[in-house]
Structures are given as C-alpha cells and as structure tokens.
Ligand binder design. Structure first.
Ligand code: NDP
Length: 480
C-alpha cells in the first residue's frame, strides 16, 4: 500500500495527529492507499511555511517564476502516462480519458500561466497635464485552493498555477476521495525546483482540513471548486473576514438542439457532453432539448449510441465508461434514477448499476442512462445529479426552449446546436449561463473567462481573470 503524504515546507509528512484515511479504488471497491487525516494544526503548519516563503517568492522575477512553472508543465507532460494511470485508479475514469484530457490539460494549465504572467500588464490612466494614475497588482500573500474529485489534477492545477504565477504562496487541498495526483504533483514541483513553502499540499476531509483552510485568518483568499452547498458554507465562514472568494459550483446544464444542426456531428458531440467522465463534469449537459421535427430521429440514434458505450475496467484502453467515484456517489446517482422513475420518466437506456466482472466485480459502475417524459420542473430536471443520467424533451420554438433552458437555479454552461448563426447568437445572448458553446462542447481557450451565474458560482477564473483574482489592485495617483 502506498502512503500519500502532506507536502509542507518542502517535506513530505504525515498528519500531526498520526491519523489516516483510506483511499479506495472505485473500480474495485478496495482500499489501495491511505492519506493523512489532517486538521487545523497541519493547515497552520502549511500556512506558517507559506508565509515564511512569501517575501522571497513575491520578489522572484517574473522570468524566473515563469521558468519554474514551465518546468513543472514539462515534467507533468513527461509523466503523462504514470499520472494518467494514477488518476484513473483514484477516480475510476477510463485511463484513455486521463491520458488524453486530464493530464495534458493539467500540463497546459501550468504552461499557460507560465506564459500569461510574462504578458500581463496593469493599467495606467492619464489625466492630461494634471496627473497620471498607474495600477499596481500585488500578490495577496498566502491563498487557499480547494478542488473537487471529478477532474482532480486538472482542477487542482487550474487554481494552483495562476496563484503561484501571480506571486502568491499556496495552501492547497485536493478532495480526500482523489488525493493521489496532487501528491505526485508536489513531488514534481519539488523536482522542478519550486522553493520549499511556496506550494503546500494538505490532505484530509472537507469538514476538518478544508474548513480549517477557509477559517484560517492568515489565508487571504479562497479559490474553491465544488458543490453549491459547500460553496454556501465556505461563503458564510469567509465573508466576515472579507476574504476574496472565487466559487465555481454546480450546474444543471441544457443542451439545445435545433432541427437544422449538423445531425451526425451533433450526435457525436452531445454523446460526449452527456457521458464524458461518467457525466461527472460540471459542464456536462444533462437536460437535452431537441426541436420537434428531428426529436424522434435524434432520440433513437442517441439511445442507440448510449447503449453501445462500453462500460468496463477503466484500465482497459477500450473502456469508454468507467466507475463513478465512490459507493456513496453511486448510491446518490441510483437514487436519482429511482426518483426519475417515480416522477413519471420512461427509461430509454440504462437505468441500473452496471456489473463489470472479474477484477472490477466490487466496483461502483452505473449504466449510462437516458430518460424521456419528465416535466421541466421535476427534481430530476432541476437538481444536479453529477452522473451518467440525462433527460430528453422536445421543443417547438426558440422562445420555449429558452424558458426551459433558463428555468433552473443553476447557470454554469449551455450548448446550442444549429446551422443558423443568427439564431445561435440570439439564443446565446438570452441564455442565463456563464459559458455558452455553439456547435461544440468543452472547447477551451484558457484566456477566456470561466465560471457561472446564479447558484453556479461567484467570480471568474481563467486568463487575466485568475491573475486579477489572485492579486490586489493598488492605484497610485501622481500629480504632475
Ligand atoms: P464538494 O463540495 O463536496 O467538495 C469540493 C472540495 O471541497 C473537496 O476538496 C472537499 O473535500 C472540500 N470541502 C468539503 N466540505 C468543505 C468545507 N466545509 N470547507 C472547505 N472545504 C470543504 O464537491 P465534490 O468534491 O463532491 O465535487 C462535485 C461538485 O463540484 C459538483 O457539484 C460539481 O458541479 C462541482 N464542480 C464545479 C465545477 C465548476 O467549475 N463550476 C467543476 C467541477 C466540479 P472532501 O472531498 O475531502 O470532502
């Protein structure tokens, strides 16, 4: 069994309490490693190390910070296969997905911010002959990064890379369910030459370790990705301390398909948008609205393609659907499938736990599942399931589908599929979501603002938005 360790002040250490948590492989249901069950004492040790490292780190030249982050990116890319296997084992996701998406994108995050920081400039506002203003953007100090289990290294690096690039020191916590690649990243950062204390990784539960990061009075900002309820809890703790907060929360995303779409391409991409990573991506489209003239054709083709998705051992390169992340999450997804039945939905595909024989007989698998016949306001269509479950419904007009699409408390991402560009722009403008994809899904340019509205979060990450979040602006006004 491999022990995962905290990384504090450049050293790999267990929790100060000596307590451990089991780390379970979701594809088998078996414990395969353990992680420190850290709490406030460990978080404070990480903070002290980070605070001590900060004066030197914030004065490291931009070129040197950029070089170090690029060195981390290079090492992630070199270790792609090893990291992908670790990520697949920790999460249950197909190793093919981890190899082609999760790990390359984690390397890309570090490379992007290594470059971005060299190109970043702040504003100057001239007042003619009277005065000139210029804005300084100072790093905040020690910041907290808390990430979820669905895209562990990808989302961990999405926070840590801009925080470091902007000159902050970091106390970071990955999900206790998927801690492995954050531990491997700590080793990579050490090997790349990141000074001790600049990045600290503390493992443990959300209730103890995560809450201690949020509550720590010295930690100046929290960048959090996770569930909406957890986001509420974090906001309640952080608000009286006036901490900066970036909250990337849940979604219940609509997929809007017009009759004039490129049918085959839409079918391919909507299948991916529905079931990638077993539907456990905050951006997955789980409410699929199809214009009535092609509803039946699309439904039948989509159901056929869903039934053909290979559910299996995530380590098998042929597998397209792996395990969901935990027994608890499997039970949650299955309970929503039961609820959808009770709400009057018809199961067109899936609808059960999936059995994968052999090594994975004890794993947490769910068949990719498609429902139709559910009203827009039922719980299945309103609440985030975060699993391989989608609903299909027809619509007749753009106005109707906009009402349906906007009719939830969430507002993270939407996709629209049509050959009519004027319609696409009109619909995109009226969708109440932070991200709208037209004729594509999860096509990412890291310079663009990323985040949601309504219950999907507060603030934006990505590009200069992230660099702004991780700095404070100071205006200097000079009378001429
Ligand atoms: P959680 O909110 O349960 O957990 C997210 C992280 O917060 C984990 O590291 C967790 O630790 C930690 N945590 C839990 N409770 C607290 C607390 N009280 N204080 C501080 N930290 C805490 O989310 P999940 O891990 O279940 O992730 C799934 C959710 O994330 C979904 O709702 C999904 O939509 C959302 N998400 C949003 C994205 C976006 O960009 N908007 C992207 C990806 C996911 P631990 O796991 O150890 O309990």
């Amino acid at each position: 069994m491999k022990d995962i360790l905290n990384y504090i002040d450049g050293r790999f250490v267990p929790a100060s309490s000596g307590r451990w948590l089991d780390n379970i492989e979701p594809a088998t249901g078996k414990v395969y490693s353990r992680l420190p069950d850290s709490g406030a004492v460990d978080v404070d040790a990480a903070y002290v190390a980070a605070q001590a490292a900060w004066p030197a780190w914030k004065n490291v030249s931009v070129d040197e910070r950029s070089r170090l982050l690029a060195a981390v990116a290079d090492r992630i890319a070199l270790a792609n296969d090893e990291l992908a296997v670790a990520e697949s084992r920790d999460t249950g996701k197909p190793v093919s997905l981890a190899k082609s998406v999760d790990i390359p994108r984690a390397a890309h995050n570090f490379r992007f911010f290594a470059h971005a920081i060299t190109q970043w400039a702040s504003e100057s506002h001239g007042m003619g002959p009277v005065a000139i203003n210029y804005t300084l953007r100072d790093p905040l100090g020690v910041v907290g990064c808390i990430s979820p289990w669905n895209l562990p290294l990808y989302l961990f690096s999405w926070k840590v890379a801009p925080a470091l690039a902007a000159g902050n020191c970091v106390v970071a916590k990955p999900s206790e369910i998927t801690p492995m690649t954050a531990c491997l990243l700590a080793r990579i950062c050490a090997d790349a030459g990141l000074p001790p204390g600049v990045l600290n990784v503390v493992h443990g539960t959300g209730a103890d370790c995560g809450a201690a990061i949020v509550a720590h009075p010295g930690i100046k900002a929290i960048s959090f990705t996770g569930g909406t309820k957890t986001g509420e809890t974090i906001a309640r703790t952080a608000a009286p301390m006036f901490k900066k907060l970036s909250l990337e929360l849940g979604g219940k995303n609509p997929t809007v398909i017009f009759a004039d779409c490129d049918f085959d391409r839409t079918l391919d991409e909507v299948l991916r948008a529905s079931f990638s990573n077993q539907g456990q991506i905050c951006l997955c489209g789980s409410r699929i609205y199809v214009e009535r003239p092609i509803y039946e054709r699309f439904r039948d083709a989509f159901v056929g393609r869903t039934q053909a998705l290979a559910v299996g051992d995530p380590s098998d390169p042929a597998t397209r659907q792996g395990a969901v992340v935990s027994r608890q999450h499997q039970q949650k997804v299955l309970s929503y499938i039961q609820l959808a039945r009770e709400e009057g939905g018809t199961v067109l595909a899936g609808g059960e736990a999936a059995a994968v024989p052999g090594r994975c007989a004890g794993g947490y698998f769910v068949q990719p599942t498609v429902f139709e016949g559910l009203p827009a306001d039922c719980r299945t269509n309103q609440e985030e399931i975060f699993g391989p479950v989608v609903t299909l419904a027809p619509f007749d007009t753009a106005e109707e589908v906009l009402r349906l699409a906007n009719g939830t408390g969430y507002g993270l991402a939407a996709s629209v599929w049509t050959g009519n560009l004027a319609l696409a722009h009109r619909v995109a403008a009226a969708l109440e979501f932070g991200i709208v994809w037209i004729n594509c899904w999860l096509l990412r340019d890291l310079r663009t603002p990323f985040g949601g509205v309504k219950q999907s979060g507060v603030g934006r990450e990505g590009g200069v938005e992230a660099l702004r979040f991780f700095t404070d602006a100071k205006n200097v006004c000079v009378k001429l």
